[in-house]
Design a binder for this molecule. Structure first.
Ligand SMILES: [Zn+2]
Length: 280
């Protein structure tokens, strides 16, 4: 499942072939993915320039010359690839029946931007100028200056939920998923089981710093895959990244002076991986 660093990598991969270019053709191979496509979707995109491609939490946010914003979410299994030629013959995807959307952009090489999504949890929406839609409720962006120790500390006061659960609440911090929450709590030496409102200001400072660090390292790893993504499978944003605790149940704790093993517990239906010795 793509998390924030993967979405950021997709954004960086797509921006050079989409920004400043016109949608010369839009093909929909279904009426819906997770949700129906907006009314007149094709008409509202064709002939419009994509003026800026950004990211908010796990949304790709494409601003259009019409004033509308195209919001794209990858869901569980969505992926974009960049092709040259014509769809489907030149689609690098092994299973073109899951190629749900094909954008052709202007330019000499007329790149095809193919959206493939076997499980169809992703979606695309169009927002009117200034409309926030699903982004309205989102808390601060973890890599922005507005997310920091004091802001996290104040967001957690009165929150009785475990800190692991609170960090997955998109209103407290936007775009964090299970993997990077586990990793950041390990790096900050904070137990995922702690009651949120019991964290000290110093712990919130450490935690906000580690959240930024794990995301930045993963984005850097994703960025390095962009150079040779075509050699892998043509899809943007999926890369191998080593995790310290996530997926490491019963493995030795990565802290060399710690004799304990990584434990897995369930919190709010999601697996949490942590070291009960190093994280208190
Ligand atoms: Zn340990």
């Amino acid at each position: 499942m793509p998390e924030l660093p993967e979405v950021e990598t997709v954004k960086r991969g797509l921006a050079p072939v989409m920004e400043g270019r016109v949608f010369t053709s839009v093909v929909l191979n279904r009426k819906d993915i997770r949700f129906p496509f907006p009314e007149n979707f094709i008409k509202r995109l064709e002939g419009k320039t994509l003026t800026h491609l950004g990211r908010r939490a796990k949304f790709l946010v494409a601003e259009l010359s019409s004033g509308e914003t195209l919001l794209m979410h990858l869901g569980m299994s969505g992926r974009f690839s960049i092709e040259e030629g014509s769809w489907p013959a030149d689609s690098g995807n092994t299973n073109p029946k899951h190629d749900h959307v094909v954008f052709t952009m202007s330019g000499k090489e007329a790149p095809l931007i193919v959206y493939n999504d076997p499980r169809r949890f992703g979606f695309m929406e169009l927002l009117a100028n200034g409309e926030q839609g699903r982004m309205a409720e989102l808390g601060p962006e973890p890599l922005s200056n507005s997310f920091n120790g004091p802001a996290l500390f104040s967001a957690l006061t009165k929150k009785k939920a475990p800190i692991k659960t609170a960090l997955l609440d998109q209103r407290i911090v936007a775009g964090l998923g299970n993997i990077y929450v586990c990793e950041a709590l390990f790096d900050a030496h904070i137990s995922p089981l702690r009651k949120s409102c019991d964290l000290t200001e110093a712990e919130c400072e450490a935690l906000s710093t580690e959240i930024k660090t794990v995301l930045e390292i993963a984005i850097k790893a994703g960025g390095s895959t962009l150079k040779d993504f075509a050699a892998v499978d043509g899809a943007l944003g999926y890369f191998q990244h080593r995790f310290k605790v996530y997926g490491h149940e019963n493995d030795a704790c990565p802290n060399t002076d710690c004799p304990h093993e990584i434990q897995r517990v369930k919190q709010s239906g999601r697996s949490t991986f942590y070291c009960p010795h190093c994280q208190i």
